[in-house]
Every structure is written in C-alpha cells, then in structure tokens.
Design a protein. Structure first.
Length: 395
C-alpha cells in the first residue's frame, strides 16, 4: 500500500524523546528515517531502564520504523559523508543546543547550499532567539517554567509535573506536523526551509483555556487537584470501592446526572441549573454528590452513567489502562520482533485511516545496525571503504 511519505528521506540526528518521537511519527507515515549517532552512541535514552536483554524499553518508545547508522560529525571526513547523505535527503531533524550545528559547520545556511530543498527541523528547549536560547531545556524544566506544574496537583499540595514527559510528547506531534507542512510547502515552491521548534513555545501554547482565561480575563488559575477551573461537576469522585472520573460538562449533561442521582430538582434549582451558578455553589454541590456516589460501587455508577450518556471512567493504573477491553479492541498495542530483545511490545500509532494502513515494519534499531547497508545503498561505499572508516572512528 502506498504511504504518503514513502518518497521522503529523513536524517535524524536527534536524541532522547521529543525530536526522535516526532521522527517516528514521520517514519510511521512511510518516510525513510535514518538515525545518525556517534560511533559510541549519542542517545542517553539507551541508558534508561527498564532493560530487556540490555536494550532500553524507554528507547524503544520513540524509535520504531527507523534505520540506524553511526557517523562522527566532528571529523572532516565525517562532515563530508554527512553532506553527501544530505544530497539524497529531504529533511534533517536535530535537537542540539542552539548554535551547535553552526559550530559543526552544518548550520542551515550551509545545508541549503548543498541541498536547496532541504528542510531542517531544530528542536530546542527555548528556541533560537530570546535570552534563554542558549540554555539547555529538559521536559520537567519546561513543565515548571510554562506554568503547567502550577496548575497541576492538589490544591493544598506542591506544584506537580505530569506523570509523562508531556512537553516532549506534544513537541513530537508538532515535529510531525511542521515537517509535513514544510514538505507540502516545498511541493508548491520548490524551496526548503528551517523549522525552529521550542519545548517552551509548545507547552505555553498548550495551556489552552488556562492561558486564555489569564490573557482575556486576568484569571490566574489555581491548582484544583482533580477538579476543573471552569466547569463543575467535573472531577474524581470516590465510590464505595474505587474512584471514578465524572464529567458533566454542560447543563444538559448535568440534568441527566442529577436525575441519575435521584436529585432531578437540581436541574432547575437557581443555585445549580447553569454551570456559572454551580461554580458559585461548588462546595455545597460537590459535598452532596460525593455523599451519594460513596454509597455505591464504581461498577454500579459506571454502568448507570454509561446508560445515561454522562461521560465517566474508572481511574486506572497503567496495567489496567492497557488491559481494558476498549484498548484491546482498538489494537492499540503491537509486537515487533527484535534481534536482541526478542519481542518488543509498543504502543501502536493512534492514527486510523480508511484508506491507509499505518504499520510498523522495523523494530527500534540497534546502534549502527544499518551502517553498512545504508552507506552502500546511498553512497556506494564498499565493504573495504566502510571498514576503513570504522577503523578510523569516522563510522
């Protein structure tokens, strides 16, 4: 089956999560993504556990459907080889600190002289401009600086980071989107361009209603635990056994919810009939709801809420989440054969198309696994040439 990016080749110089995961999205869409690392390895994520036969499960999560080669960009012969590869590429993705590519003699101005159509996607903590442009930026630092941590966690507790690297994950999606848009633009103009993606830019733009509330109404959101800044009831409730999340996100849903609880009069009570009114009497309302919910099991309420059409779900741990029927029915987990780890289980790409099958062909590669085949295929290097370059620490 034809894939939308199967004629696109990407040189992926990136490390850790945000940029590599973005490159993986593009690989899933058919691009030939070639990871380029130093001969000794340059991705610290390979050192993060847990491990399966010495291979990092963390590394697996961002690197399927790629090939891996080694190359020393600090050596003149290594730069020369990279520029030869560049002539056969469409995109370069890197996440070095601002200015590193220029110091290597491989900045965008140099790249586009070799390949005018090249698209260069740079991912940094803070972008190429501004007072922090030279600073390193990791996901937790960005979560803190963006304000995300200050609106996450219990109201009487400390600011809390999200339990996954959310700034990295969101940025990876923008890598896939921005590169695809740049390719489409090049289709029209014939010209490549440089993309400057910042984790901080992505995370502050993702503050959504929290940012809009401040920018337009001066409202500085507070930590509310599992409650919502603007909507109620929209939070976790403790049942007789387990907690569940209930989201009565509009007045119509609240009326259904109130009727289900045996309190249909709430739907016309001036204190509760509109969301604005409910927010003004939130404690009184939530105390009454909590008492009713606590009298029955989670299964009882989830069944009743589903029948009533009120959004609700069990608060699962990771094992429960991945083993629930809906996730299984959607084939959200896939298994790939791996030469060292045996079978690697991965979360499947979530995009579903009617006329396109997103499939995983290559497992996350070993360091330099495709060095010989790629240099032979793309540059015509012989086995002897490749061995000499390996002996010289160029590859």
């Amino acid at each position: 089956m034809t894939k939308p990016l199967e004629d696109i080749r990407i040189l992926d110089l990136s490390r850790v999560y945000a940029a590599p995961a973005g490159a993986m999205i593009l690989a899933d869409l058919g691009a030939d993504v070639i990871r380029v690392e130093t001969p000794g390895g340059s991705d610290s994520m390979r050192d993060w556990g847990p491990f399966i036969n010495g291979e990092s499960a963390y590394y697996f999560s961002a690197n399927r459907n790629k090939r891996s080669i080694t190359l020393n960009l600090k050596e003149a012969e290594g730069k020369k080889l990279f520029l030869e590869l560049l002539k056969k590429a469409d995109v370069v993705i890197e996440n070095f600190k601002t200015g590193t590519m220029e110091r290597l003699g491989l900045g965008y101005e140099t790249l586009k002289q070799v390949n005018p159509g090249i698209i260069s996607c740079s991912v940094t903590g803070f972008g190429h401009t501004g007072p922090l442009s030279k600073n390193p930026g990791f996901d937790p630092v960005v979560q803190a600086m963006s304000g995300l941590m200050d609106v996450t966690g219990a109201s009487d507790g400390e600011a809390t980071k999200v339990g996954i690297p959310i700034a990295d994950i969101l940025t990876s999606v923008y890598v896939g989107l921005s590169v695809t848009a740049a390719i489409r633009q090049r289709d029209k103009t014939g010209e490549g361009q440089e993309i400057d993606l910042s984790l901080l830019d992505v995370q502050v733009s993702s503050l959504a209603n929290v940012a809009s509330g401040y920018l337009n109404a001066g409202m500085v959101s507070e930590r509310l635990g599992n409650r919502h800044n603007n909507v109620t009831p929209y939070q976790v409730f403790q049942c007789a056994d387990d907690p569940i999340m209930i989201c009565a996100g509009n007045d119509g849903l609240f009326q259904k919810f109130a009727a289900l609880l045996g309190r249909p009069e709430w739907g016309t009570d001036p204190k509760f009939e509109t969301n604005h009114a409910r927010k003004g009497h939130e404690k009184e309302l939530i105390d009454q709801i909590s008492e009713i919910i606590a009298a029955q099991s989670a299964e009882h309420w989830l069944t009743a809420l589903s029948k009533a059409g009120v959004p609700a779900g069990r608060v699962n741990n990771v094992a429960q989440a991945l083993e629930q029927e809906q996730v299984i029915a959607r084939d959200s987990v896939e298994t790939l054969p791996h030469s060292v780890a045996g079978e690697v289980k991965m979360m499947r790409n979530p995009m579903r198309f009617s006329g396109l099958e997103i499939e995983s062909i290559l497992p996350p590669p070993l360091l330099g696994e495709h060095t010989d085949s790629v240099y032979n295929e793309l540059l015509g290097l012989s086995k002897q040439d490749i061995q000499r370059l390996k002996d010289s620490k160029i590859l």
